[in-house]
Structures are given as structure tokens and as C-alpha cells.
Design a protein around this ligand. Sequence first.
Ligand SMILES: C[S@@+](CC[C@H](N)C(=O)[O-])C[C@H]1O[C@@H](n2cnc3c(N)ncnc32)[C@H](O)[C@@H]1O
Length: 290
Amino acid sequence: MAVEHPRGPLSGYADEAVTQGMESPDSKERGPPGIPASSFAGLDFSSLWKGRERTTLVESELVQRALGEGPIGRLLELGTGNGRLSSQLQARANEYVGADRTPEFLRELRGDSDSSRPPRLAAADGYRLPFREAAFDAVVMVRVYNFLERPTALLQEIRRVLGPDGLLVFSCDPRPSIATLVADVKWALADRRGEPFRFATFARQRSVRIHPSSFPTFAPNYPALAEDIAAAGFRVDRVWSSGLEDYLPFRSMPARFSLTLATALRPIPFLPTLFVRVRPGRVDGRPRQG
Ligand SMILES: C[S@@+](CC[C@H](N)C(=O)[O-])C[C@H]1O[C@@H](n2cnc3c(N)ncnc32)[C@H](O)[C@@H]1O
């Protein structure tokens, strides 16, 4: 007999239909999809992540810290990719649902899974999720934010599917940061075929497109990130920093040390990655720092 989840069914359709790669008809009506050009299908995750196990260790630890110790009913991982963090998230929640707009990754994930507890996976665009209002207790979105052209719209959609006491944990690389400086140096050295030089790190716009980049990649500045979060109806609860471990001089640093260093350096807004925990609600003062 099927056990009913306290948050009700996932969608207005058979849950199985939604989590077997179908987009529900009403999700199409909820606004335009994400940038068509940003197809991640050709991405070779294993070569991309070769030698960067420490980064995954640090990010796994940060996600666990941000999710806290209490029980989690139903959790949505948005932008699973090839599932770098999926098994730990599956283990952390009562019920796990993974969603990604690139079906190829979901097929890989389904193939990798332990068949005794197969994950529920939905091929879905984060801008129009095929789930009911307040269907989830937690949403986790790692390394997706900077590929979003309209982050507020996507955050609003997450807000819709999140329960009123739910939490969203996401990572974001705002600027200025080491990442944008590195990108700027690469752009300066690249063969730009007559294109003028553009400096992302200290640009005036609230969000800038990063060059060179294989996908449309955007770097919001800190005020833009805060505005996007607030405009979507979230308040920042807590922030952690990371990212040093992804740079060659720091790659052999033990994960714990890397986390301590990142916490100590937190007031200097130059680390590449923030892990942000937000909750539904209006801004109420400064976030606590991790
Ligand atoms: C860089 S990968 C990150 C994957 C994984 N979260 C990780 O940290 O390894 C970005 C992922 O986000 C997905 N993605 C990007 N835009 C999306 C959107 N609008 N809706 C759903 N998934 C999206 C891509 O298909 C890709 O799998």
C-alpha cells in the first residue's frame, strides 16, 4: 500500500509520470524555459571533476551543514548533473527527488543507482517545475545559479514548490571573486578576434556575462544576489564560503582545514563560492555567517 507523504502528492499528475522524465502539461504554461543555448548535454563530468575530489568533499560537508541535523521529509535536488552530490542527499532525506533539464544526466543517474531504492528523477526546467505548491521541505541547488539568466524567476519557482517552513540551500559565485579575476585574465589572453576587452570583476552592471565560457555563465555582484533572493520572497538565514580548494595551490589542503580557512576569510568578499541557506520570508537583518 502506498504511504501518503505529509506534503501530499508531488504533482497533479501520477507522481511516476513526473519522475519518469515527462514534463507535466501545466508546467509549460508557467513561463518560458531557461536559455535554450545552455545545453549541458555534451558536458563530460568525469574529466571535468578529475583531481577535484577535495572540492566535492568540501561541498558535501557544506551542504550537510546547511541542511542541519533535523529530519528532512521530501528534498528536491535541482540541477543534479551526473549526481556528484545525489547519493548523500538521497541518504539525508526521507524522500529524494532529483531534477535536471538535461535528460542525459538523469539517465546516467538512474543507471548508477542502487536498484533497491531507485531515485525519483524528473527531466524538468527549474523555471517551470512540474510539482505542486509546497511539495518540498528542502531544495538543494549546487553549481547552477551562475548559469541562470533570470535567477529571480527560478528562485520564485523554487519558492512556489517549497513549504512555508522549508529551506533552500544553493551555491553561487558572486563577484568580485578569484573566479572572475581568473576569467578576466583568461579573456585578456584569449584570441578575441576584434572583440573589445571586457572586465567582469569590477564591472558596474549588477550581473555580467563571463567570457570565455562554454555555457552562458553570469556573475551577479553581491547586491544583485541579495536583491534576487529578496525579490523571490526569501530571506537569507546563513552563508558559508568555499572554493579555495578548487585552486591548484590549495588542492592538497585537507578538507577540514580548507573549511576552517574559508570561514576565517569569510569577511573578505573574494572567495569564489558562497553556500547560502535561505527560507521563505522577508529580509530581517544580517545573515549569520558560517
Ligand atoms: C555545472 S552542473 C552542476 C551539477 C551538480 N549540481 C554538481 O554540483 O555537480 C549544472 C547543472 O544544472 C543543470 N541546469 C542548468 N540550468 C537548469 C535549469 N534551468 N533547470 C534545471 N536544470 C538546469 C544542467 O543541466 C547541469 O546538469
